[in-house]
Design a protein around this ligand. Sequence first.
Ligand code: FES
Length: 56
Amino acid sequence: MYVCLCNAITDSQIKAAVSLGDSSLADVKKRLGVANQCGKCARMANEIIQTQLDFE
Ligand code: FES
């Protein structure tokens, strides 16, 4: 599922970034560019990151 439409970034890519060691929205932003344009995806991206961190 696409989370960030501006950059065509999916939830799977965000989860994979957390698996590689990212632990915050800032980390995933740096790695993938999520939320670096309109910012509308920031909240959902953050929720996915937090859920994935709890899971790992
Ligand atoms: Fe992610 Fe616009 S949807 S920056």
